[in-house]
Design a protein around this ligand. Sequence first.
Ligand code: SIN
Length: 475
Amino acid sequence: MRTELLIGGEWRQGSDDGRIDVLDPATDEQVAEVADGTPKDAQAACDAAEAAQRAWARVAPRERSEILRNCWKILLDHADELSSLIVREHGKPMTDAKGEIAYSAEFFRWNAEETVRIRGEFAVAPSGANRMIVHHPPVGVVAMITPWNFPAAMITRKLAPALGAGNGVVIKPPRETPLTALRIVDLLQEAGVPKGLVNVVPTSKSGEWLDAVVDHRAVRMLSFTGSTEVGRMLLRRAADRVLKTVMELGGNAPFIVFDDADVDAAVEGAMVAKMRHSAETCTAANRFYVEAGVLDEFSEKFTAAMGNVKVGNGFDAGVTCGPLINKKAVADVDGLVQGAVKSGASVLLGGAPQPGAGCFYVPTVLRDVQPDAEIAREEIFGPVAPIISFTDHDDVIRQANDTELGLTGYVYTRDLAKGLRVSEQIQAGMIGLNRGAVSDPAAPFGGMKQSGLGREGSTEGIYEFCETQYISTNW
Ligand code: SIN
């Protein structure tokens, strides 16, 4: 497969011939190296995107839509190959990788349908003196910075609506997982995406890449998925050129189980909310608030389910949790666990890195975690579940909201009215009510507070990649 930069539809080495090593986190071995883009390469990518975008914006929506549909199909046709690349460079289990490819492809099908439905408005001005026409042209060139936890889906969630709306694109894939990104864009060109419209420049020099792209006159938008810390920095930098931004940032999801919940269903949902994609999702349940009446039952059943998780190489049959992305991630997760234990938590399961090669952490359940422990305040990004008991309903909502983050929340109760009331009170962009998964290309993905700005997916997602122009006229 191609491992160079894709600029203007051509594959080329970085201008200083640098390379980035790609490691398999399950074995610590190098699996590939890819070209390391320089600021000069990033600028060339923006030039190429600008040139290709002018023609693309004039292509009829129906034709753009059909190309997006071809993209959906080609990704599904190559699902086995793409899933293997994901497992190789990210480490997640094969079943999750296959699920990710289906999810990634669906962003193209969904946005193929949205591309022909970008609506405008027409009105007679209240004074009666003129007409007002509102329409939505593309933004122009969009820079995308994507994370390693979903090497395919976090690209397609941005790329499909950006292309549908008529934009050109420059992507910085994560240095940990660039292979999936490079193969996907190769396939998209085969599916009919015009050369030069999508450019991919992996780099080890993120700061310089960002400066080159943000300062390029054609770039009008920055779309990022990643941590809140990096998102804040990008927002500051984007402010220099008043770029439009969409920011999908960190989460610290509360998972609340009330006494009247179906505990078996709550455990099943907890496993999904905690463990999907090796527990490295920003939607992951981060704090388990369990009401006193079901605390023992939930803790016991959940610990048993976590104990059944098979940790290992994502290629091995039956594995349900792969490695973390690197050694630093293992050390960070372990630091949070040891901190919680020091402040009084008891370990029901796990509690340590797995010895030997690879970046594995043993699935861990902690009980009696202090509500103000660092583990309840930081995004864990690993297979660790801290349980905090509660008795007071108002207080659990206060605790759930006692964070600057507000991406996702989960609520389990058999009382639908209570469930909806509590869901509305949780300050988060997405709520799973008696469900452990919220992600869907047809739903608005995004957070409140410092979990982000804007939404991806749904009918809203494509408008993020559009401008609004109003024409005042008489006739
Ligand atoms: C993320 O973790 O950034 C995305 C999770 C999802 O789309 O489900």
